[in-house]
Write a protein that binds this ligand. Structure first.
Ligand code: FAD
Length: 523
């Protein structure tokens, strides 16, 4: 009672001063009688900040309030409260807000700022490394943790996760809700294939521990589940020995191609080597207008950049194969020989092979320096109309001719890296929610555009639409990664034969459709 009266007085005064948004009627005042009332904010600044994301495309989807939980029970209280209402409000976990199209937003609902769990009072917080006979080494990690912090903490034990994303300032809960892919995926599978167990708060406000053998329906649903079935508060992540030499531990190589067929055949060959193979295989397109001016270009020295630029002005489009091999004290003397064997017979352009020796952390955290550089030029915090796709191997040559050459090169509108690298279905469990093509080998394609403003963003987005429509019309059987659709029919098509199970899991774990409305699947 007191809480309510005091809140009324304060909120009235604050809204007169313009610091608080007027109380949003979607959330009953009774929420202020809960213990979490002091951790809820309706401050205008908090509301605005919580509804921003990396994409900067979707705006003005404002929540009614923001919760800054200090422990897992705060989130349970919030969801239970909403679930018990006859008209529940939406709740969205916000990890690091690096979604592109408002996936972590919740109009008139409550945003849970997961980062505030990262405090000393939260016993579930942080990164705890353990070992047991069955699982080997693993880390229990809060869903709010950034991968960079998981890396730093586990390295203290000479250990590290095996599967990564290119960029490490993403939360564990955020990437596990999608898949978490990079150049290690062909070997270890995506991040969602490297989780033993999770604690999840469902849409009914129940805290459930799940794994392959315990509450497995929830476990597989949540992995790649786009936040639809629960909020991940802890994940038990597979660890392996990290290359432990103090300084240099990574051989990083890039090779240039002028022929897409040779480039992809070589990539496919490299990911098929099982014994003593590579630790990372990726690749990207190079086009005159974009390739030497993005966050991946720092690899080449200024003199190499000149060499590459003149080749590009002749070829218009080229391909850069990127590989990495980790090494340790044991093989420090033989690593050059090993690498030579691996690249022997590859059909890159003679003389266009570039090597770098770097530390493990420098390699894994490679996008960060590019980010900081773009930030200093004001080019990071701009609209990002990204399009990420999985393309079956049998369609990749067609995709190259029709999309890379006919649409992107011809329209001359690329403004960021374009990633192309193969991976294998083998390490994906079909019970997980993420959709991938049916073929054994498929390509990860990332059109990572950044635009100077909303006009350019719209143009690039129209190009994305054109690409999607084309792939659909000619039946290239692609799947969107980090998917985004406007209609339920499109979602049903996206999930295909998995739609029924996806919907059943929603009925089971979030029957009132409270969670992650920004994905726009059920709302
Ligand atoms: P948010 O944007 O905060 O949330 C994403 C979705 O997950 C929302 O629906 C949200 O409600 C839900 N969610 C957040 N936390 C939780 C939780 N704890 N439990 C349940 N649901 C939750 N992806 C790759 O796979 N590989 C890459 O190499 C890669 N590189 C990237 C580089 C950059 C610069 C950026 C911006 C993104 C990149 N991504 C990559 C995409 C990224 O993995 C996803 O956008 C991811 O969701 C971002 O994590 P986040 O913590 O910012 O999530």
């Amino acid at each position: 009672g007191y809480n309510l009266i005091i809140f009324f007085i304060i909120s009235h005064l604050m809204s007169i001063l313009g610091k608080l948004n007027p109380w949003n009627p979607s959330i009953p005042y009774e929420i202020l009688s809960l213990n979490i009332s002091s951790k809820l904010s309706t401050n205008s600044h908090a509301i605005k900040e919580s509804s921003k994301d990396f994409g900067k495309i979707i705006q003005e989807i404002l929540p009614a309030a923001v919760l800054y939980p200090s422990c897992v029970n705060d989130i349970i209280d919030l969801i239970q409260f909403s679930h018990d209402l006859s008209v529940p409000f939406h709740v969205a976990a916000k990890g690091h807000g690096h979604s592109i199209r408002g996936q972590a937003m919740a109009k008139n609902g409550v945003i849970v700022e997961m980062s505030s769990l990262n405090n000393n009072n939260n016993e579930n917080c942080g990164v705890r490394v353990s070992w047991d006979l069955g699982l080997g080494f693993y880390a229990d990690v809060g869903g709010e943790q950034l991968w960079i912090d998981v890396l730093c903490s586990t390295l203290e034990y000479g250990l590290a996760p095996v599967s990564w994303t290119d960029y490490l300032y993403l939360t564990v809960g955020g990437t596990l809700s999608n898949a978490g892919i990079s150049g290690q995926t062909f070997r270890y599978g995506p991040q969602i294939s490297n989780v033993h167990e999770m604690d999840v708060i469902t849409g009914k406000g129940e805290l459930v521990t799940c794994s392959k053998d315990m509450n497995s329906e929830l476990f597989f649903g949540v992995l790649g589940g786009l936040g639809q079935f629960g909020i991940i508060t802890r994940a038990r992540i597979v660890l392996d020995k990290a290359p432990t030499r103090v300084s240099i531990t990574v051989k990083w190589v890039r090779m240039l191609y002028d022929d897409f067929s040779k480039f992809t055949k070589d990539q496919e060959h490299l990911i098929s080597i099982h014994h003593n193979g590579l630790d990372y295989v990726e690749g990207s397109l190079m086009m005159e207008q974009s390739s030497l001016n993005n966050w991946r270009s720092s690899f080449f020295s200024p003199s190499n950049q000149t060499k590459i630029a003149s080749l590009l002005s002749k070829n218009k489009i080229m391909y850069c194969l990127e590989i990495v091999k980790y090494y340790d004290d044991q093989n420090a003397n033989t690593i050059d020989e090993e690498l030579k064997k691996l690249v022997k017979g590859l059909r890159y352009l003679g003389g266009f092979i570039f090597k770098k020796d770097v530390s493990f952390v420098e390699f894994l955290n490679r996008v960060r320096s590019g980010e900081l550089e773009l930030q200093s030029k004001g080019k990071w915090d701009v609209p990002h109309p990204w399009l990420n796709l999985f393309v079956p191997k049998s369609s990749i040559m067609h995709f190259h001719a029709a999309v890379f050459v006919d649409i992107i090169l011809r329209q001359n509108k690329t403004t960021g890296p374009i990633l192309v690298y193969p991976t294998s279905r083998k390490r994906w469990d079909d019970r997980m929610s993420t959709m991938i093509p049916e073929e054994e080998t498929f390509y990860c394609v990332g059109l990572l555009h950044s635009s100077s403003g909303y006009k350019e963003c719209k143009i690039l987005d129209n190009q994305n639409e054109e690409i999607l429509n084309y792939c659909d019309e000619v039946g290239l059987n692609i799947k969107q990664y980090l998917p985004h659709y406007k209609t339920k029919e499109d979602w049903i098509k996206h999930f295909g034969k998995k739609w029924n199970i996806f919907q059943q899991r929603k009925d089971l774990f979030d029957p009132k459709m409270i969670l992650s409305p920004g994905q726009r699947i059920f709302n």
